[in-house]
Ligand binder design. Structure first.
Ligand code: URA
Length: 235
């Protein structure tokens, strides 16, 4: 890959013309040698590239866990509201980032931000049945007899039937945990409406076998380690 292309692909704050300028100024080294020509070919997984002394590590894709606060929209652009992409700190930004899946504006919790379209496709495919777990606050108490109703597959408005879902009650009858295996529009809210209840708060706490980091504050992000990425797809 060309040196300028490589650096610009890994560092969203630098355009290719910025990189050319940095090369001209002698700020770029490859394996310890100053390289002033931005068009030299490098081996992105073997050569050590530094910009102003800072190593540029090669990652083909990036996976970010975001703890989305209420009021922020899962979109790449929005004329009115803050988007999840605006919460990504500069050091994790890259071209091509997008939220893999949507939470409603008033839902909190785990959103995956990535530039890996293939992984997002697998995770969101209706055939993959990746589990997603939510903490649900409700307007009315949730009782034991709802557990089998959710487990067999609930019929919701519009004539749709949901896949079996796992409802777990807590000591507080107004709070429960629900795991679903698909992603229909407003699915959790519609499931509770179908049983005569109403969702008052919603937070996604896991995707696949990867749980939202308990220490991640609302609005906070962390890069998911590559060894943990496959947990996003496991059932
Ligand atoms: N189900 C909903 O109703 N809303 C969400 O944001 C996610 C799942």
């Amino acid at each position: 890959m060309r040196l300028d292309r490589f650096i610009a692909s890994q560092k969203a704050e630098l355009s290719r013309s910025d990189v050319k300028e940095l090369c001209r100024k002698g700020q770029v080294t490859v394996n310890g040698e100053t390289v002033r020509r931005p068009d030299v070919q490098i081996n992105e997984s073997g050569d050590e590239v530094r910009v102003s002394g800072e190593a540029v590590g090669y990652r083909e894709h990036i996976y970010i866990m975001l703890n989305k606060p209420k009021g922020v929209v899962c979109a790449t652009r929005d004329g009115l509201s803050q988007t999840v992409l605006e919460l990504i700190p500069p050091e994790l930004r890259r071209r091509g980032l997008f939220p893999a899946g949507r939470l409603d504006k008033d839902t909190e919790g785990f959103v995956l931000i990535t530039d890996d379209g293939a992984l997002a496709h697998k995770m969101l495919s209706p055939k993959s049945h990746v589990p997603k777990t939510y903490l649900v606050g409700t307007a009315y108490p949730v009782t034991e007899e709802l557990v089998p109703a959710f487990a067999v597959g609930l019929a919701i408005d519009g004539g749709e039937t949901c896949l079996p879902a796992q409802l777990t009650l807590s000591e507080d009858p107004f709070r429960c945990t629900l795991t679903i295996h698909e992603g229909k529009f407003h699915q959790v809210k519609r499931m509770f409406e179908a049983v005569g209840n109403r969702v008052t708060s919603l937070k996604r706490i896991s995707i696949g076998r990867l749980a939202l980091d308990e220490n991640l504050p609302l609005g906070g992000c962390l890069e998911i380690l590559h060894k943990d990425v496959e947990k996003l797809l496991s059932c």
